[in-house]
Design a protein around this ligand. Sequence first.
Ligand code: AMP
Length: 402
Amino acid sequence: MTFSDLKLPKPILDAIEDTGYTEPTPIQGKAIPIIMRRKDVIGIAQTGTGKTAAFTLPMLAILDNIKPKAPGIRALIISPTRELVAQIRDNIIDYSLHLNVKLATIYGGVGEQPQIQALQNGAEIVIATPGRLMDLMEQGHIDMRGLEILVMDEADRMLDMGFLPAMRKIVKKMPNDRQTLLFSATLSGQIEQLTREFQQKPSTVEIGDRTNPAKTVRQCVYEIPRHLKFPLLLHLFKSPELYTVLIFVTMKHHASRLAKHLSQSDIPAEAIHGDRTQNQRQRALDKFKQGKLRVLVGTDVAARGIDISGVTHVINYRVPENPEDYVHRIGRTGRAEKEGDAFTILTADELEYAEAVERFLDKKIKRDKLEGFDYLYTAMLDDKPIKSFKKPKRGGGKRRRR
Ligand code: AMP
C-alpha cells in the first residue's frame, strides 16, 4: 500500500514525501481510510507505531476538503502531557507544510496569555492537555461551535492521570455531530466505557498483539544485588553503542539523583520529570535530540510518548509496578522499525514486578550476564555483602561482612 492509495490530497502527499516516509505503517493503512469516511475510530496502538500520523493526516485532509461550519476551532487534539502536545504540533507542522492551517498549543506550566492570543488569532487546530484546556474554556476563550474532529490521544494514560472529569466537562461543550477519534495503547473496560460516552458507533482498529512490544527491541534482564546497580550501569556505559539512552525510574527525586550521579561520572545526563519547569524539560529534551546529552532519566509519566528517533537503549533502572508501563517504556526504542535494546536491572526487591511484567508479556525475558563485570570483585570494593543472590561461580576471595 502507498500513501496515494489512501486518497490523501496532493499537498499532504508532497509533505509526506518531504518527511521521507515511503509507505503507511499498519495503523495508518487501517485507520486513515475509515477516518476519511468520517467515522468514529478507536485506535489501539502504542506510540512508535506511527499513530500520530494515523490521525493527523486524515484530519488535515478533511479540514482541507470542507468549509468551516462556524468560527472557532475545527479540530481539537487532547493529549496527556506537554511533551506529547509539542510533538504532535511538530508533526502537524511537517504534514501541513503545503497547506495553510493555523495551530495553537495549550498546556500548563507556562503563561496563559500567548495561548489565548493564538486562539483569538483564529487557530483552527488546537492541541491541548486537559487541565489548561478546561481552564481556558471556563474563562470563555474557546469556541467549539465549529468543531469537526475531536481526537483523544493516549486515552488510557489520561484516565490514569485522573483527567476524566476534565474531559467530560470539555466534551459537554462540543457539538454532537463531531467526529471522535480515540487512541489508546490498551483497551480496558474503562476505555470501553469512555468510548460509549464520547463516540458514536466507533470502528475499532487494532494492530498486532497489544502486549507484544515492537519486534525490533531486544530485551534482557540483569539480575544483580541492589548495591551493584550503579556500578553495573556505569559498566554498561563503557559500551560506545549506548549513545542515546533513556533510563526509567519510578520516583522524581530518583531521576534527579541518578542524573546527577551519572554526570559526576562523566556521562552527560539530565532528569525529566514533572517537578522541573516546562523550559527545563524542553531544554533537556532538545539537548538529548541534538546528541549533546547521552542520557535522559525520567519517570513513566514524564517520558510518556516522547518521540525521539534514534533512542538506542532503554534502561529500566527500576522495574515498573504497572506492567503496561514496561511496554510503553521499551517502546521508546526500536521505533519505526529501527533496532533497539531494552535492559532491565533487576534486584531481589523488584522480583514480583518483573514477574508481573513477564506474565503480562506471556514470556520470560532473557537473563544475561555482562562480559567483564566481575560481580564479586565489585562487591569487595563495596562495604555491603551480597544478599539474596547466588554467589558468582568465578573469582576468589572472601566476601567482607559488616
Ligand atoms: P508515533 O507512533 O506517532 O509516535 O510515531 C513514531 C515515529 O514514526 C515518529 O518518529 C514518526 O515520525 C515515524 N513515522 C510515522 N509514520 C511513518 C511512516 N509511514 N514511515 C516511517 N516513519 C513513520
